[in-house]
Design a binder for this molecule. Structure first.
Ligand code: ADP
Length: 461
């Protein structure tokens, strides 16, 4: 840790900037060198061609003679240019005295000679008699090459300015871009720091552009929302569970105190209290089981993703079980299907779902004890509905019945053994298997719960 903190920290912005600027500098210098080299070559070739042309003109004059001697005049020397002629032994006949003697050559030759800081172009040519083609001497033309030197210098200067300006512009641009790209990072860090100190904070990233960075912001904000929701749900769950457990614990505690004080000597009170306490422990057991069911239902996608069940068979079986167990109720089963439908669901989960709906229909039908079960399907979906003619659910409670621990009448539901988790489990099961659940209800007339699932395959009955 200490070592890390001690290490010199180079901001990402600068690393990025250095990298881009360095790479640009290398590229621009390479490019300039190539341009410089090409232009130099073109200039040299032009100058060589010019020198050659001059040599041809002069050679034409000299070619008339049989031998070169001091009498021969070859025009004037210019400041830029010096023309010298030599006999076949390389001895100077006329021209530049600095070169009295040259080495005889076999063929024409043009070379670049570095003369102080400037370059000179020096051409050595054979001079032959035009008629006999016999070697009569040599011609030396030395060109000051002024034009070339000037252009080269100018080009070098221009390229240097070009590289310098290019590097400065790229450096500024890359710094600006890096700063812009990294801005959301800073914002994310700030937001995370605020959330660290206050996990409930409303602080979110500001989104004011429409690009990949704003996408990142949206995903980040969504993640924070989801995490906060999840934390709140967990807190709520713990609160709800403690609240639910408080009543049975209080009841058992009350009975135990009663027994401790004087009830243990009275066999009637003893039996009553023990029975009541037993009843409460049973309720706690069912509460714990249902809570476990709910928590397992949250992980269905992972554990039961590949299970398949025959809907017709399961509905029939549950219907027969209920008919047998509740003979005080009139059950009817309306099966409208021509095919047996298979859906993606773990068989026990489909059973559990139907049991929750049928159990509720029974629990909340006190006067008219009649239950209609129906099954129908089209090519895509299979639907099961459970209808009762009991007390019904009012409009404002319709949305709430799927919430954990919600009961329209807490005391009455409790008396019937209800924990308010049945429909929460049912809803979670349906959603986990990509199904849908809906309610239609009218207070005093009854309720219809309908669940539907996408069909995986159908077989004729
Ligand atoms: P519980 O265990 O209390 O039955 P549920 O989650 O199954 O919990 O149902 C939540 C509440 O919805 C019940 O307390 C009840 O008030 C209401 N409810 C559920 N099913 C029916 C129904 N068929 N008829 C009337 N009310 C119902």
């Amino acid at each position: 840790m200490m070592e890390n903190e001690d290490k010199r920290r180079i901001p990402l912005k600068w690393k990025w900037n250095l990298l881009i600027t360095g790479a640009t500098l290398i590229l621009l210098v390479l490019f300039s060198l190539i341009v410089f080299n090409r232009v130099s070559n073109v200039l040299i070739n032009q100058a060589k061609a010019g020198l050659n042309d001059q040599a041809v003109v002069i050679n034409k004059q000299l070619g008339k003679y049989n031998q070169i001697d001091k009498q021969i005049k070859i025009g004037e020397n210019y400041p830029q240019q010096r023309v010298s002629i030599y006999d076949p032994h390389g001895k100077l006949i006329s021209g530049n005295r600095a070169y009295e003697q040259i080495k005889p050559i076999q063929s024409d030759r043009i070379t670049i000679v570095n003369d102080q800081h400037n370059k000179r172009l020096v051409g050595l040519f054979l001079v032959k008699n035009t008629k006999t083609n016999k070697l009569i001497g040599y011609l030396r033309i030395s060109n000051k090459f002024n034009n070339y030197n000037k252009i080269r210098y100018k080009l070098l200067e221009t390229l240097f300015i070009f590289v310098l300006i290019g590097v400065i512009i790229i450096s500024i641009l890359s710094y600006w871009l890096a700063a812009k790209l990294l801005l959301p990072m800073n914002e994310i860090q700030k937001t995370i720091n605020v959330l660290k100190t206050d996990p409930d904070s409303d602080q979110r990233l500001e989104i004011n552009s429409n690009d990949e960075l704003s996408d990142l912001g949206v995903v980040f904000n969504g993640m924070i929302d989801q995490t906060q929701r999840y934390i709140h749900q967990q807190q709520q769950f713990v609160e709800d569970v403690s609240h639910e457990l408080r009543t049975p614990v209080a009841v058992i505690q009350g009975h135990l105190k009663l027994l401790l004080r004087w009830g243990k000597d009275d066999p009637k009170v003893l039996a009553e209290s023990l029975n009541a306490s037993l009843q409460e422990t049973k309720r706690m057991e069912s509460l714990v089981t249902e809570m476990l069911d709910l928590s397992r239902a949250e992980q269905i996608e992972i554990n039961y993703g590949n299970e398949i069940a025959n809907v017709n068979e399961v509905v029939n079986q549950v219907y027969n079980d209920f008919k047998m167990l509740h003979d005080d109720f009139t059950f009817t089963f309306d099966d409208d299907t021509y095919y047996e439908s298979y859906i993606k669901i773990y068989r026990n989960h489909l059973e559990q779902l139907l049991i929750i709906l049928l159990d509720n229909a029974i629990k909340y039908s006190e006067t008219r004890k009649e239950i209609h079960l129906s099954l129908s399907s089209n090519t895509n979906m299979v639907s099961i509905s459970v209808q009762d003619f009991g007390e019904g659910i009012s409009k404002e409670n319709l949305d709430k019945v799927f919430d954990r621990f919600f009961r329209v009448d807490k005391a009455r539901s409790r008396n019937k053994g209800g924990n308010g988790l049945g429909l929460a489990i049912a809803n979670r099961l349906v959603k986990a298997y990509q199904g849908d659940i809906s309610i239609e209800s009218s207070v005093g007339y009854g309720t219809i719960f309908q669940v539907s699932f996408p069909i995986l395959k159908q077989d004729p009955k």
